[in-house]
Design a protein around this ligand. Sequence first.
Ligand code: AR6
Length: 178
Amino acid sequence: MMEIAERILVIMDDIVTQQVDAIVNAANNSLLGGGGVDGAIHQAAGPELLEECRKLGGCPTGEARITRGYNLPAKWVIHTVGPLWRGGMHGEDKMLCRAYRSSLKLAQQYKVRSIAFPGISIGAYGFPVERAAGIAVWSVWDFLTEVNTINEVILVCYNQTAFEMYSGALHNITDNIK
Ligand code: AR6
């Protein structure tokens, strides 16, 4: 059995090029596309992705929906909606945790073995990066203790600051568990 720490990887890269079974999209409630990582994923997947998304009828915050990946190397795109940061007293932490868990649950149902996440909510949605990183790493770690069919979770950071925060959060949890 692989250690949990060996199943989580933090990298700095573009999520659309990841060679994994599924990539996660930081979408909005409409699931009809947007800027940031959402725009990049739709651009790389091609127009069929939007066509499939239209049929889903949106997605509540904290939940997730799955589509095919079309022109992406990934077979699946799991669309989740993280919380918009409103100061931290509106259930933002819980909602962010839920977005990671819902995505991983869907991944498990679709027999996904490798999955890549962007930093959900840390761009346009304004979630403080260090706090989001802690929640992301903890949510993934906790899920992997319960489910052993997913053996690679890649946290894909788009800039140096995010990379430092997510790898720092992973180190913290690894140190604390030893
Ligand atoms: N690969 C990896 N990460 C990326 C990429 C990429 N190609 N492009 C951007 N990021 P954001 P949110 C990073 O704003 O905060 C959209 O319009 C980015 O630097 O994409 O959850 C949706 O439609 C940041 O660190 O997502 C929603 O309306 C992280 O991905 C809204 O934005 C997330 O930033 C969602 O906001």
